[in-house]
Design a protein around this ligand. Sequence first.
Ligand code: ADP
Ligand code: MG
Length: 298
Amino acid sequence: MNSIILQVNGLSKQYKDVKALDNLDLQVEQGTVFGLLGPNGSGKTTTLGILLGVIKQKSGNYSWFGNNDATENRKKIGALLETPNFYPYLSAVRNLEIVAKIKNIDNPTSQIESVLKEVNLLERKNSKFRTFSLGMKQRLAIASTLLGDPEILVLDEPTNGLDPQGIAEIRELILKIAKNDKTIIIASHILDEIEKVCSHVAILKFGKLIKQGTIDEIIGDENYIIVASKDMIKMTQIIDSNENIDVFKASERELIIKVDKDMTAEDVNQFFFDKGLVLSQLKVYTQSLETQFLEIIK
Ligand code: ADP
Ligand code: MG
């Protein structure tokens, strides 16, 4: 196991009568891409705000890099909490020079070139910010978080408002950055986004931690398959007498069954056929993480 780069213990936050965070525990290992996943209002932004020192918690504590030196630690964290304010009539380079100045980076020229290259905007470095597409603006924002070469990137809903192309570009970018041994923490309400880029995930609901683990642990080892037959009673009996198959959801006409990950739809078909039952319907259900996520947050 890698070293723990962020430890969160019992964090709570109250806004008047809204319990935004309720005794949240998190552990983030160095070098992982950690997803904070939950529906809107589940407390993701509040969590990141507290961890970056811009919101004060009611109780609980956290520690970056195993210490409590907030000023030093903050320099090692690049954060994108909301769409940053770049100057529309200044070029990408000029905007980053301003950020570099705020971050007290000396001789930033080569660093600016390198982060622009990283986010695929080097060719557009002299274009005015206002001429950028939404996706390019977001990539410039990520470039600005990379200035100062932070060990950790914290991104809140980095693909919000982007079209599919823009989303794919950000996803590629996050995966590329992660290869450089950085730890990345991403908050998102979009399961697909988390599943595609993260190695670890924590699922939040109403400010509470529901589950935390590696994507593989959370996805589980199951496939979901929709089956139906003319004889649903016999089907149910066959399933009941087999311990590798469980009913996930039942309706009069069909069942969603849960089977081992290595059991394909073909295997399921063969299995019922061997028991003397012909299926009238056989269909792979949506991805299991999606299924579980919807179950968890409903
Ligand atoms: P998420 O980022 O997961 O969408 P937030 O952390 O923004 O969730 O919000 C968590 C809860 O706290 C929500 O119920 C939200 O309405 C509430 N909340 C967030 N910020 C404030 C605030 N400044 N004042 C009052 N309530 C807030
Ligand atoms: Mg949010």
